[in-house]
Design a protein around this ligand. Sequence first.
Ligand code: GDP
Ligand code: MG
Length: 367
Amino acid sequence: MTATALPRLCVVIPCFNEAANVAPMVARLDATLAGIAWEAIFVDDDSPDGTSVAVRAIAVQDSRIRCLKRIGRRGLASACIEGMLATSAPYLAVIDGDLQHDETLLPRMLEALEGGLAEIVIGSRNIEGGDKQGGLTAARQMISDTGAALANAALPMRVSDPMSGFFALPRDLLEEIAPRLTGTGFKILLDILLSAKRPLRSLEIPYSFRARVAGESKLDAAVLLEFAGLLADKALGGVVPLRFLSFAAVGAIGLLVHLAVLGLLHGLGGVGFNAAQWSATLIAMTVNFLLNNRITYRDRRLRGPALLRGLVLFYLVCGLGAAANIGIANLLLRDGVLAWGLAGAAGAALTVVWNYAVSATLVWRAK
Ligand SMILES: Nc1nc2c(ncn2[C@@H]2O[C@H](COP(=O)(O)OP(=O)(O)O)[C@@H](O)[C@H]2O)c(=O)[nH]1
Ligand SMILES: [Mg+2]
C-alpha cells in the first residue's frame, strides 16, 4: 500500500439530522475545492434520520470523506472541537452541514491563512457585502445582534460576526487554544476567540446566509441563555462549572415561584399555611425540574417515561436537600455559630450544592 499525501485543508461539518444535505454538501465541496487536497469530517451525534449512514455511503467510495459518530452526546461546540482534533491537516475550516453557509468562500479562506494574512478567517453576515437577511427570522436576527454586541464587549478585538459558525484557522492555533475551550453550547467561534488569551489577527469575508432547504434548525431561545453562560464561564475563569450556575439560577426562579404560590394560596386564598407551603414546594420543585431538564441538562434531556422517573427522583433528592437545609440551619443556630439569617443562607447554599451534585449523578446522569 502506498501512502497518500496529507490533505492541506480539513473541513469539519457538524450535523444533526442532516441526512438529505450530506450528498449535496460533498458535491459542493468537491466542486469548489478542485485543485486543493482536502478532506471532510462529518461529526454526527447519532442522528435518528441516519445522517451517518448517508456519510458512510459516500465515504466507502471517497476516502476524503470521514464520519465521526458520537453516541449519547449532543452539542454543536463539542462536535466542532472533536472534529477539528480528529485530523492532521494543517488548516481547518468549520461549516454547517445544512448548506446555509457559502462553501465557495473556502478557497479564499485557505489562501488567506496560507498567505499569513490572518490567524483566523471568519465568514461574516454582518459586514458590507454580507447578507444576514437570507436565512434568519426577525427574532433570530435580534438574538444574533444582541449577542454580537455583548460578545464584542467581552472580546479583545472587534469582530462583526462573532457568532458565526463558519470560519477557518490553522490546526496549530486550535491545538494551542483547545485545552481552555469551554466546549458547551453553540458558540464555538466565540469560545475560540475568548479562550485565545490574546487578540487574534482576524479577517472577515462577507457572504450571504442561505435559507435552509432540507432539515430544520436546532437553535431556540435557550441559545441566548447558553451564550450568557459562556460569557459568565469565561469571566469566572472556568472555575465554577457552567451547569452549576444554570442550576443555581433555575433554583432562584424556583424560589420566586414558591413565594408567589405561597402568597397566592395562603395570603390571598386563605389556605392554611402548611397546606399552602406543601403545594408551593411541590409546584416549585416541578418547575425547577422542568426548567433544568430544558436548560441546564438540555443535552441529556429526559423524555417520556424517563421524564416521570426523573421527576420522582428529583422530588426525593430535593426533599432530602430540604431536610438537610433545615437541620444544618438549626444546628448552626442552636450552637450560636451564626445569626439566623446567616444560618439560613448557609443551609440554603449547602442545599443547592447537594441538589446539584446528587441530581447530576442520579437524575440526569451522563450516558
Ligand atoms: N453534531 C452536532 N451537530 C449539530 C448539533 N446541533 C446542531 N448541529 C448542526 O450544526 C449546524 C447548525 O445548526 P442549525 O440548527 O442549522 O443552526 P442555525 O443555522 O443557526 O439555525 C447544522 O449543520 C446542524 O446540523 C448537535 O448537537 N450535534
Ligand atoms: Mg442552519
